[in-house]
Design a protein around this ligand. Structure first.
Ligand SMILES: NC(=O)c1ccc[n+]([C@@H]2O[C@H](COP(=O)([O-])OP(=O)(O)OC[C@H]3O[C@@H](n4cnc5c(N)ncnc54)[C@H](O)[C@@H]3O)[C@@H](O)[C@H]2O)c1
Length: 459
């Protein structure tokens, strides 16, 4: 199959690489020239510096005969004559805090494509293709997509919804061995094209291949993310809070009891200061927005969203109330800038909110460390006299710090106690991920005070 990808972000780049690995001829277009150059560089380090996703560089380099990256639209136009499908992998962020999705990236890309699609096959438009919405879009988007293409005079096409369920940090692994593929289409012809694209998974006994209509596919994506977001909030706001409220209850022991109950399952039972990332927040907000716009009650959905915000504020408030932290003029080290481990994605990362809050509290200095996300973070908070980026976790402790905040679950942070125990002035530890729980006793014995999600104040 000849497949075009519009948008080379986490979703577009990973999905395109796996398509090439499945034997398809793939062209990836993005307006971001720098990203396109890095992804097409055939250089592992350059690819990973641009998009840190385990296995992505290897799979792109291995399939270099079949995958091409471009920001030249002329190449895209010549692809139109014979292509089988276009995957739309554009961002659909929330507009402010309204819940409404910003579809301008999607529409810009679609309008540009529509104006050129009418010229394919010397204006005869004989080649049939499908447009596949991989972006997370409103439930009724397929109708809108069709309307726009038709308004330009584009004919001979279908519109399909194929929501993406990738987990950042495991995107390649997950795309090579997906649990399920969901295809929403309106005709057997379109289902057939999708089956050929995903032949490798359609034929696999271990993959659920689910065929539904386009609205069901789009709604399924939003609802799946809401169910997961809700589960995280049950862990943070109910399970973790209970463990914080009664001395002598260890979060990890409660997790064992809950997660071994097959009716509950083990996903999501890690207490954390915040559920960030590009999807949970915006998708649950979008679900709420869409239901409100048809007059429905969304109290429960909105409360799940609020519980997440509450979690981060509560942790920082606990530091003030329980450990009597006064932030003014203090030196604070933050470990972890990515929204979670194994990615350099900082969208909705807790560290973004923490840094802003600390600046508002007039701290003296903020030292930041992350193994992968520093470049992205610097785009939001450039280095200044007050904001300092450390080259390693060890260097973050140079000249001492007053307060340490752990905000990402990078596995290496489990070893931070080694550096903490070397400090002459003992910083207050705020563990937003319970990364040091195996060392709490030892740290306290050595005079450290710890505020951790899922534990009462430890001193
Ligand atoms: N990241 C995830 O974990 C994830 C998971 C499932 C679904 N999704 C959904 O997939 C979609 C894409 O997410 P992402 O994380 O890949 O976003 P991203 O921001 O990483 O990538 C989007 C890319 O689109 C490019 N772009 C913007 N306008 C363009 C245009 N007019 N033409 C061509 N390229 C353009 C940007 O330069 C960027 O590289 C979103 O709707 C998101 O909700 C994301």
């Amino acid at each position: 199959m000849k497949i075009l990808y519009i948008g080379a972000g986490f979703v577009g780049a990973c999905s395109a690489a796996v398509s090439a690995d499945s034997g398809h001829e793939v062209l990836v277009y993005d307006i971001d020239n720098v990203k396109i150059k890095a992804l097409g560089s055939q250089n592992l380090e350059e690819i990973e510096n641009c998009l840190f996703e385990k296995g992505l560089g290897d799979i792109i380099i291995r399939n270099r005969q079949r995958i091409k990256f471009t920001s030249d639209y002329k190449e895209v136009e010549s692809f139109f004559d014979e292509m089988d499908a276009v995957f739309m992998c554009l961002p659909t962020p929330e507009i402010g805090e309204t819940g409404e999705s910003d579809l301008s990236y999607y529409f810009d890309a679609l309008n540009k494509m529509a104006s050129k699609l009418v010229t394919r096959n010397q204006e005869q438009q004989t080649n049939y293709f499908i447009i596949i919405n991989k972006s997370t879009v409103p439930v009724e988007m397929v109708l809108k997509t069709k309307e726009i293409l038709t308004s330009y005079g584009v004919i001979n096409f279908g519109v399909v919804s194929n929501p993406e369920f990738l987990v950042e940090g495991k995107a390649i692994e997950g795309s090579l061995k997906p649990d399920r593929i969901v295809i929403g289409a309106e005709s057997e012809k379109d289902f057939e094209i999708a089956r050929k694209i995903y032949q490798r998974f359609y034929d696999s006994p271990s993959v659920y291949y689910i065929e539904v209509n386009p609205k069901e596919a789009a709604a399924g994506k939003l609802l799946a993310n809401f169910c997961l977001f809700n589960k995280l909030m049950v862990c943070f706001d109910v399970v973790g809070r209970t463990c914080e409220s009664f001395k002598g209850i260890k979060f990890e022991n409660i997790r064992k009891i809950l997660s071994t109950d097959a009716r509950i399952g083990e996903w999501g039972f890690y207490d954390s200061l915040y559920a960030g990332g590009s999807c949970f927040i915006k998708d649950s907000r979008s679900l709420s927005f869409q239901l409100k716009s048809v007059g429905k009650n969304t109290i429960f959905i909105d409360e799940v969203y609020s519980a997440n915000k509450r979690q981060l504020n509560l942790l920082l408030d606990r530091a003030e109330i329980e450990a009597e932290v006064d932030w003014k003029d203090k030196k604070v080290a933050i470990f972890g800038l990515a929204f979670k481990r194994d990615t350099n994605d900082i969208r909705n990362s807790p560290a973004l909110l923490i840094v802003q809050k600390l600046l508002d509290k007039e701290v003296g200095k903020i030292v930041l460390f992350d193994p992968a996300a520093v470049d992205n973070f610097k785009k939001v908070f450039p280095a200044t006299e007050k904001i300092i980026y450390a080259e390693s976790d060890e260097k973050a402790f140079e000249n001492g710090v007053d307060i340490v905040i752990i905000s990402t679950d990078w596995p290496q942070f489990r070893g931070l106690s080694k550096f903490l125990l070397q400090q002459t002035v003992k910083p207050i530890i705020i563990d937003g991920r319970r990364m040091l729980q195996h060392e709490y006793e030892n740290l306290v014995k050595n005079g450290y005070k710890i505020i951790a999600v899922g534990s009462p104040f430890i001193m």
